[in-house]
Design a protein around this ligand. Structure first.
Ligand SMILES: [Fe+2]
Ligand SMILES: [Fe+2]
Length: 575
């Protein structure tokens, strides 16, 4: 295996085949060549069979990224994509200094329902790995242009048992290619920030690349996102959850076909594989959820008009009329919530689990003024389960800012008001169990869950303005308590969707970052000693000034410590 080949820089794409002496960039290839060019990409085998003199279709791996399998101590997926269908796609794993093993990858593909491009992705399941070990691997295929020196990198498996480890998180990343809607150069710095902190893994909490805001070129946006992310995700697992901008027209019943094709994730044994999952690292259980299933907000794919959205003729898909939206509220028919309760109930009895951390995209507790706000659907469907089974930490994005809640448990009824009429509304206002810093500086999340909004990955739209109740100067939140389906706009033929319909005092809001919307959460879990306390130290770093000039400089904004007794102590007390 060739060593020392650094992961490709995000901007570096494998050389594209040339046509008539003209080199066509990926963007030109996709948006300029239209359906004809895409058809070439979708038919690599025809090139092999029909014209011996033609160059082989390009199966060079790109967009290389890692995810955990069900057990992060022993199973890791290596995933990638190639411009055309790969021949014999495989990973070569160095499992001892002198021995290599070849793992063949399975192919997933989908054809984008709007522009007709077929996307090929590959997933190799590396299993039987040793815990807490470093492995080097290479990714290649029979039609890999870099076959002589394939891409290689190294990763680390999770430690077994109670052990210290670090993870990082943010959401709302976008791509560095500024011609895409909501993309920003900051997304490149954000990926490098993960590498700077060297976590065991990264949680990417939804709104990955906003492909659905670029409907004519969704696969190209995904490719730019994944080639940017590769700089880090080829070295350590990036564990995603779907956000509202992963919902795409004509790409599956819920619009998640692109997302699901690209990520190999732990199974959940339901008919919705890949959309929610759990995994355990050390003494922490991580639960990743698909919040679009329970939120009221309609924030997926949407045609604002006045023109309809016209899919490429090759797709055979019908135009989407102005006002169309892909609203997936309730899509699992309760399956996800049942799975969540079963998972939490089991975790609450597992004496090896000290911490339960939830990742989901949308916010139950957000006082953003210019973003989305809080969603009552989450408060009704999942917060009672978080309370019942002792979830410690909830990591979200969606609003492109940073906000931390006090530990919350239970809720106060009928204390909100309608944003238009002032009438009383039941927003299920979360109840803070404390509203001051703890005397010893350490929060006991055994009393209530802390919610963090980490929505400052790298979009072009930071949203770090927050609501204030003008009557008392205290934080105020906007709350979505009902579906905001499209309604006719002020211009004929256009449609719009309402924003949050209710207001409440954000008595649960502990800290809001007004300086910048960009940042990264860094979490260090200390398992502590037997019969003692365990802790998680949260350091939130923000990219001051990134709102005007993209920057690689992430500075500390605040440090928060969570501490609680280990479960093994409770075990001793009970036994
Ligand atoms: Fe977002
Ligand atoms: Fe979002």
């Amino acid at each position: 295996m060739k060593r020392n080949r650094r992961p490709a820089e995000p901007a570096e794409h494998p050389k594209k085949p040339e046509s008539a002496g003209v080199s066509i960039s990926r963007r030109g290839f996709v948006t300029g060549a239209g359906a004809t060019g895409l058809a070439v990409a979708a038919s690599p085998l025809a090139l092999f069979a029909g014209d011996a003199s033609a160059p082989p279709a390009d199966g060079t791996p790109e967009q290389i990224h890692l995810t955990w399998g069900e057990d992060p101590t022993s199973t890791v997926f290596v995933s990638w994509a190639s411009l055309a269908q790969a021949v014999n796609p495989r990973v070569i794993l160095e499992h001892s200094p002198t021995a290599e093993k070849t793992i063949h990858a399975i192919q997933r593909s989908y054809t984008d329902g709007l522009n007709g491009q077929t996307v090929f992705t590959y997933h190799a399941r590396l299993e039987g790995l040793k815990a807490g070990s470093t492995y080097r691997y290479a990714v290649t295929a029979g039609n890999d242009r870099n076959r002589a020196q394939p891409f290689s990198a190294a990763f680390q498996t999770a430690p077994r048992g109670r052990a210290p480890f670090r993870w990082t998180s943010y959401g709302d990343l976008a791509t560095p290619v500024t011609s895409w809607v909501l993309s920003s150069p900051q997304s490149r710095h954000a990926v490098r920030a993960v590498e700077q902190f060297q976590p065991l893994f990264h949680l990417l909490n939804g709104d990955l690349c906003y492909a659905n805001l670029n409907p004519a070129a969704q696969p190209a946006v995904w490719a730019d996102f994944a080639n940017n992310v590769q700089l880090s995700a080829a070295n350590r697992p990036w564990m995603p959850c779907p956000g509202n901008h992963e919902i795409e027209f004509h790409n599956g019943a819920q619009g998640f076909d692109s997302y699901l094709t690209r990520f190999a994730l732990p199974h959940n044994n339901t008919q919705f594989p890949g959309l929610w999952y759990r995994f355990k690292v050390g003494s922490a259980l991580f639960i990743s959820l698909s919040a679009d299933d329970v939120i009221y907000q309609d924030s997926g794919a949407f045609v604002a008009g006045p023109a309809p959205l016209q899919p490429a003729p090759s797709t055979g898909n019908a135009p989407l009329a102005p006002g169309s939206s892909l609203y997936v509220h309730g899509y699992s028919g309760g399956a996800q919530t049942r799975w969540l309760e079963e998972t939490l109930a089991a975790a609450s009895k597992d004496l090896e689990i000290d911490w339960i951390i939830v990742q989901m995209h949308q916010d139950a507790l957000s006082s953003s003024k210019n973003g989305n706000g809080s969603d009552k659907g989450l408060r009704e469907s999942w917060l009672p389960l978080f309370d019942k089974y002792g979830v410690d930490l909830v990591l979200c994005g969606h609003d492109h800012d940073y906000e931390r809640s006090w530990p919350v448990r239970g809720c106060n009824h009928n204390v909100g008001r309608d944003a238009a009429t002032g009438a009383t509304v039941d927003t299920c206002q979360p109840n803070p169990v404390m509203t001051a810093e703890p005397p010893d500086g350490k929060f006991d999340t055994g009393r209530g869950a802390i919610h963090l909004i980490l929505g400052g990955g790298g979009t072009s739209a930071p949203l770090n303005a927050y609501g204030i109740n003008s009557a008392n100067g205290q934080p105020q939140a906007r709350v979505i308590t009902r579906a905001n389906r499209p309604v006719p706009g002020s211009v004929t033929g256009t449609f719009t969707k309402g924003s949050a319909d209710a207001l409440e005092d954000a008595i649960w809001s502990a800290r809001r970052n007004t300086i910048t919307g960009y940042g990264i959460g860094v979490f260090d879990l200390d398992p502590g000693a037997a019969h003692g306390k365990t802790s998680i130290t949260i350091r939130y770093y923000h990219a001051r000034g990134a709102d005007t000039v993209p920057t690689s400089n992430y500075e500390i904004f605040e440090t928060v410590v969570l501490a609680k007794y280990r479960r093994d102590l409770r075990h001793d007390a009970e036994s």
